[in-house]
Design a protein around this ligand. Structure first.
Ligand code: PLP
Ligand code: ZN
Length: 414
């Protein structure tokens, strides 16, 4: 039985019907959050304790209601939780896990959110929509909207790799390149698009349901581990992944399947780490910080928060977590670490692992802690960085046994 009740505004507390086609609060322009009935939610507890790898729709009773005929699904979610063989043990942390969302239908964890957001938009009769994208969201929006014939326009930031830009058109959507100086211009444009142009928006948080799908990170990780981890590391762009996962863990508490919560760790490139600046300075709201062009972690290079980033600041503080910044060098090293674990990650998606290593070195993680790093997107989306991180083979072998034999000697495998 579905447990969603209504939207509640973060800022003025207004209650709004879930079937209304809204982005921001119609009264004050604040962010809306889906509220659930805890009594009904508890009926979903057995889904958490009896885990199976399926799509996010296994948990549809914990989303805003969507009729089966409106569900647009490509098998998103249910990705494996892989135990580290090398990195964790080499640092004395035996229980390090990677949640491998590089395996998602369009190669990034954005598919969780867009499967839900597009399905829900169909359900409430939205006729067309718009999203800003650093690249992966655009591919995901394009794939899900094209499948169901939903007209969508994607504004993809100019910094995205050519591969990311082309994937958006491959899946069939309309797209334009988005030019900007700082991320705060994008924030203002998005609010204006909703409030002045009446656009229906799919950007995290401004779209009030997309990040609900990120709760499935918490459900799936709990399901596989049989417990809540001690630390949950997330690369942060808009912070939809971090916030949604935190909401999911809190729901596990409400459902009574756990009595603990993880420490949530938000990770950004040090070139733009506004969240760390806000946490370190004790601020209530995040400010513009740094330059989006100064990092290879392009999916998380936004240099200012949406709506002050209050949810993210609250998440880090309440969970007694951390906000961290990592350098490009640390990110590239983390990509190599993940490679040896069998996971090809794009730079942004390896940032959490880079932060984990930093945290271990700073003595923040105990050897008995269970740590999960979510790996949000595949290396194949940024092939230029892959070539920087991993060299091309230098040796050529001619297709004959003598040449092969010589190569075996060369590689000391003879
Ligand atoms: C979008 C994205 C992120 C950041 O996700 P948010 O929910 O916006 O914080 C991280 N990694 C990858 C690969 C992404 O595409
Ligand atoms: Zn309001």
């Amino acid at each position: 039985m579905n447990s969603a009740v209504e939207f509640i505004c973060d800022s003025c507390g207004a209650h709004i019907d879930l079937r209304q086609q809204v982005n921001l609060c119609p009264h004050c322009g604040g962010l809306l959050e889906v509220a659930y009935d805890p009594k009904i939610m508890r009926r979903s507890a057995s889904l958490m304790t009896d885990y199976r790898r399926e799509s996010i729709w296994r948990y549809r009773d914990l989303f805003p209601p969507v009729s089966p005929c409106n569900i647009v699904s490509l098998g998103e979610g249910g990705t494996p939780l892989i135990k580290s063989r090398h990195l964790g043990p080499s640092l004395g942390i035996e229980n390090l896990y990677f949640k491998n969302d590089t395996l998602m239908p369009t190669g990034s964890f954005k598919d969780r959110g867009f499967s839900l957001a597009i399905s829900y938009a169909k359900e409430i009769g939205v006729k067309r929509g718009l999203t800003y994208s650093s690249g992966n969201a655009g591919a995901s929006f394009s794939a899900y909207s094209a499948r169901t014939g939903f007209p969508g326009l994607i504004l993809v930031e100019y910094l995205a790799s050519d591969t990311k830009k082309s994937m958006i058109l491959l899946y069939g959507a309309k797209a334009a390149i988005l030019d900007f100086e700082n991320f705060d211009e994008i924030s203002a444009m998005l609010d204006g698009a909703v409030q002045q142009l009446g656009c229906y928006m799919f950007v995290n948080f401004i779209n009030p349901v997309r990040h609900e799908a990120m709760k499935t990170y918490a459900y799936e990780i709990f399901g596989e581990l049989g417990r809540v981890p001690d630390y949950s590391f997330h690369p942060v762009g808009t912070g939809g992944g971090l916030w949604g996962t935190w909401k999911g863990y809190n729901e596990l508490l409400t459902m009574g399947v756990t009595d603990r919560l993880p420490h949530m760790v938000g990770v950004q490139p040090e070139a733009v780490c506004w969240l760390k600046q806000a946490i370190d300075s004790g601020a209530e709201e995040g400010q513009i910080y740094g330059d989006s062009r100064k990092t290879i972690a392009q999916s998380i290079s936004g240099n200012s928060p949406l709506h002050g980033g209050k949810r993210l600041i609250q998440c880090v503080r309440e969970s007694e977590g951390m906000a961290m910044g990592v350098s490009d060098e640390e990110i590239m090293e983390a990509m190599r670490d993940l490679g040896r674990e069998g996971i090809g990650a794009e730079p942004s998606s390896a940032a959490g692992v880079a932060a984990f290593k930093q945290a271990v070195q700073a003595g923040k993680i105990r050897s008995t802690d269970t740590v999960v790093c979510v790996i949000t997107g595949t290396a194949l989306k940024q092939p230029d960085v892959v070539r920087r991180v991993a060299a091309m083979p230098e040796k050529t072998v001619h297709a004959d046994v003598n040449s092969l034999s010589e190569a075996l000697e060369y590689f000391q495998m003879g």
